[in-house]
Design a binder for this molecule. Structure first.
Ligand SMILES: *Cc1c(COP(=O)(O)O)cnc(C)c1O
Length: 372
């Protein structure tokens, strides 16, 4: 069939993706929900309720919400839509037009800024590619609508000091959005053993968080997540959809018709894996990451962030030519890799479909290429 020549995750050659093989129960639930349109809660009240429960679970289990039943949110098309919604809501509530973002921000913020006619004000990184919080403070203006912090940057997996950002945001009365698209399903558990900050709603300034079920949540795409502290921000972007069954419904998503299958898949994973299952996956992936780090050091490779904050290893590359050569050699050996540009490096995202043993073979290739 048409997919035969495409990648799948099972052979361990996909090194640069933040998506992975869905959990089998998620795949089954997804298939059962193909007809479900969450844009029409009157027709699918139970699927809609499942979405409310998933948001409540994320708020409670991952985001330390002191009152999880007050959390509002949606399973959306991805982290991109989630970040756009966060920026949109902040613009509507505050009237501000500037977003102070880490220089490491995902390109979804560029989409948000262009669509919403807002301006990104970029704060520089520290050597470990977390945002410089003092710089954030200096960049705040009368027009700041939102400050953004990242839990798991796309290029190095770095985790910003969200607690310090929250203090700054609170001092200036500015809302804080946390982009935990990648780290949302792992950092809350890894924090039990490793030095990671809190980033949930127990921090006063946090008004919204992006958490992607289609990354470390093991849900098939499209499944992003946006969770708001309460209904203040979503109310500001709510639109009434009058023609729907049962007399209409309100929405605060970009899309109207919304797939229910990803929600059912997430719901199934929450029932099957729950907090304990997700904790195990988070630790397994991070422990494999540390083994990869060990091997990289043995081979004399230089990591951009050492040790990595989450399950992502970024190996420094000296120049563009080496990156090009590595891309060619990796393709020849069947690895699907991804190059980061700021800083220049090769990213290995230690998703559940990878283990240290497989990745070590790739590291040997990197070492060969670097040795010229
Ligand atoms: C993946 C990612 C996004 C974008 O998510 P999509 O699901 O690809 O739209 C945004 N921010 C961060 C930090 C991410 O890792």
């Amino acid at each position: 069939m048409i997919l035969r020549q495409d990648s799948d995750y099972s052979d361990g050659t996909v090194l640069g993706s933040m998506c992975t093989e869905p959990h089998p129960v998620a795949a089954e639930a997804f298939a059962a929900g193909l007809h479900v349109n969450l844009g029409d809660p009157y027709l699918f009240p139970n699927a809609y309720r499942a979405e409310r429960e998933c948001i409540g679970w994320i708020a409670d289990t991952l985001l330390d919400h002191p009152a999880p039943e007050e959390a509002e949110g949606s399973v959306v098309s991805g982290g991109t839509e989630a970040n756009i919604l966060a920026a949109y809501a902040a613009r509507e509530v505050t009237g501000g037009r500037e977003i102070v973002v880490p220089a490491t921000r995902h390109f979804s913020f560029e989409k948000a800024a262009r669509m919403l006619r807002m301006k990104l004000v970029e704060a520089p990184s520290r050597p470990d590619y977390t945002v410089d919080v003092d710089a954030v403070q200096d960049l705040i203006s009368r027009d700041t609508a939102l400050i953004v912090g990242i839990v798991g940057t796309t290029e190095t997996g770095s985790v910003d000091d969200i607690e310090a950002l929250s203090d700054v945001a609170e001092d200036h009365g500015i809302p804080l959005h946390v982009d935990a698209a990648f780290g949302g399903f792992t950092a809350p558990f890894l924090r039990e053993k490793y030095p990671l900050p809190r980033f949930g709603f127990d921090l006063e300034a946090v008004v919204s968080v992006t958490v992607d079920p289609h990354k470390m949540g093991l849900v098939p795409p499209p499944a992003g997540g946006i969770v708001f502290r309460d209904d203040e921000f979503p109310k500001a972007i709510e639109v009434y959809a009058p023609y729907l069954s049962g007399g209409g419904a309100s929405q605060y998503t970009i899309t109207g018709t919304r797939p229910g299958a990803p929600v059912l898949a997430l719901y199934a994973n929450i029932l099957e894996l729950g907090e304990e299952g997700y904790r195990e996956i988070a630790f397994r992936c991070y422990e494999e990451t540390l083994k990869v780090v060990e091997r990289a050091r043995e081979l004399g490779l230089k990591l951009t962030v050492d040790p990595p904050h989450l399950n992502l290893v970024n190996i420094r590359l000296p120049d563009r030519e080496t990156a090009e050569l590595l891309l060619r050699e990796a393709e020849r050996e069947g690895w699907k890799i991804s190059i980061s540009t700021k800083p220049l490096g090769v990213r290995v995202v230690m998703m559940p479909h990878l283990d240290a043993e497989t990745v070590s073979q790739f590291l040997e290739l990197v070492a060969r290429v670097l040795d010229g």
